[in-house]
Design a protein around this ligand. Structure first.
Ligand SMILES: Cc1cc2nc3c(=O)[nH]c(=O)nc-3n(C[C@H](O)[C@H](O)[C@H](O)COP(=O)(O)O)c2cc1C
Length: 200
């Protein structure tokens, strides 16, 4: 079994006006019973936190979203019908971490279980090393803020391409943490479901 899936190049020339995407952005809780294509997953994850500026000898890479001190502490996992993958943004690929369908744990609302894609935003506290993150309270606050940027990019991409999405705070984080076999430095912040919109 291969543990890596190289994603197709993201379609950065997708033509949709930013102001229209902002106007169209909406929480939508209904979707078609069909999977997203690899291209859509590639675009979605690149929008979420893809690398927009590669690292150099002098500076760390930059992503599509800001993060406090460029900590890049939020990792994005994607739950699909055939398993859970970690988005490795540096290589724009998926790394398989679990070969089972865990989407029933993506949120506690029943309707969320049927979403074809579940994104899981996990903060890696070990990356929040600067003095201002010393207290756990500050780590959590920063993680929630940085997750918000990622989620909004996902919302905007969805608005531009007729996908439905919902960010979820109603999550059994302990259950999902155990299911993903995360360590104690890894904290689940929010999840977000995505599916093809029923409107078109
Ligand atoms: C931090 C956060 C957590 C949320 N959690 C949930 C949730 O668990 N379940 C849900 O159905 N919607 C959730 N929502 C979506 C909100 O209900 C939605 O954004 C709000 O009703 C406004 O609608 P709009 O996004 O279409 O403008 C959440 C939104 C935010 C920002």
């Amino acid at each position: 079994m291969t543990n890596f899936i190289k994603l197709p190049e993201p379609q950065k020339d997708l033509d949709f006006p930013l102001m229209k995407a902002i106007e169209k952005r909406r929480t939508k809780r209904k979707w078609k019973d069909s999977n997203l294509s690899e291209q859509e997953i590639s675009n979605l994850l690149w929008a979420a936190c893809g690398v927009t500026h590669k690292e150099t000898k002098k500076s760390k890479s930059r992503r599509s979203v800001p993060s406090a001190c460029n900590s890049q502490e939020i990792k994005v996992y994607i739950a699909l019908s055939n398993g859970v993958y970690l988005y490795d943004e540096k290589n724009h690929q998926l790394i398989k971490i679990l070969a089972k369908d865990i989407r029933e744990y993506i949120g506690t609302q029943k309707m969320m279980r049927s979403a074809p894609v579940g994104l899981i935003y996990v903060s890696d506290y070990s990356k929040l090393k600067a003095f201002q993150f010393k207290k756990d309270e500050n780590k959590w606050f920063t993680s929630a803020t940085d997750t918000g940027f990622i989620s909004q990019n996902v919302y905007l991409y969805c608005a531009a391409t007729d996908l439905s999405t919902v960010i979820l705070g109603l999550v059994d984080r302990d259950k999902l943490h155990k299911t993903l076999e995360l360590n104690e430095n890894e904290k689940i912040v929010y999840t977000q479901v995505v599916g093809k919109s029923l409107d078109n």
